[in-house]
Design a protein around this ligand. Structure first.
Ligand SMILES: Cc1cc2nc3c(=O)[nH]c(=O)nc-3n(C[C@H](O)[C@H](O)[C@H](O)COP(=O)(O)OP(=O)(O)OC[C@H]3O[C@@H](n4cnc5c(N)ncnc54)[C@H](O)[C@@H]3O)c2cc1C
Length: 200
């Protein structure tokens, strides 16, 4: 496959030339994905907006973490949270991001899956620079790579992030030192890294 075709295979809408914002067409490097329709959002504000649009009969509960399923019938599931509260539902949708596997396991699924933890750090511009910097630019992912590749992100507050770095992490949300690291998470991380090294 030719290089350009290979890039189009990954990013079908990649254009050879892009508008620089002043009406000038400029050549783009083959190794980037120009994504004019991608945007960053303030997720908390976005979710608050979605919440405000929900019908009155929908109740949203904050500040509780799913703990485990307490009982189950053909038509309902009762689960507890870390505050000791119990909730009953017809369907339980597991959308807990990087905790989703732990929740799946507590429900008896996902034992054959592994979570590969990596720590990525970003540098943020000291001041908003959205005036000069108008869009996201992503590198074309390297097939088979275990990471995103360094990219720039224009944040909703006008600051620009550059990163990430790629470092091993020994627990979920292990941002500083040994934060959140337990013997169990350390053992699982080592197992996962060994599996990855062997598979390469
Ligand atoms: C630094 C960084 C930069 C990123 N940049 C980009 C980008 O530029 N473009 C892009 O497309 N993607 C990006 N991503 C990836 C993107 O953020 C994720 O793919 C996306 O957020 C996953 O959405 P999700 O709803 O599955 O999980 P999340 O957004 O992680 O949401 C999971 C939610 O579940 C909650 N939760 C966890 N455990 C429990 C529990 N036990 N009980 C109750 N609630 C729980 C969490 O608090 C969280 O609110 C980035 C990720 C990171 C970390």
């Amino acid at each position: 496959m030719k290089r350009q075709d290979a890039i189009r295979h990954l990013e079908p809408t990649l254009q050879d030339r892009i508008d620089d914002g002043n009406g000038n067409l400029v050549e783009v490097n083959d190794d980037v994905i120009y994504s004019p329709t991608t945007a960053s959002m303030d997720t908390v504000a976005g979710l608050r907006k979605v919440e405000s649009m929900l019908p009155d009969k929908v109740e949203t509960i904050f500040g509780q973490r799913f703990n485990k399923i307490e009982s189950e019938t053909d038509s309902s599931v009762t689960f507890s949270t870390d505050t000791g509260d119990k909730h009953e539902c017809r369907f339980l949708i597991n959308s807990a991001g990087q905790n989703a596997l732990d929740i799946a396991r507590s429900c008896g699924f996902g034992d054959s899956l592994m979570q590969f933890q990596m720590k990525g750090m970003y540098t943020m511009s000291e001041t908003p620079i959205a005036k000069d910097y108008k869009m996201h630019v992503y590198p074309v992912p390297i097939p088979g790579a275990q990471n995103l590749g360094v990219h720039t992100t224009l944040a909703a507050n006008g600051h620009v992030k550059v990163g990430p770095s790629v470092l091993p992490a020994f627990a979920a949300e292990n941002y500083n030192g040994l934060e959140n690291v337990t013997m169990g998470s350390f053992a699982e991380a080592c197992r996962t890294y060994l599996t990855m090294i062997k598979s390469n």
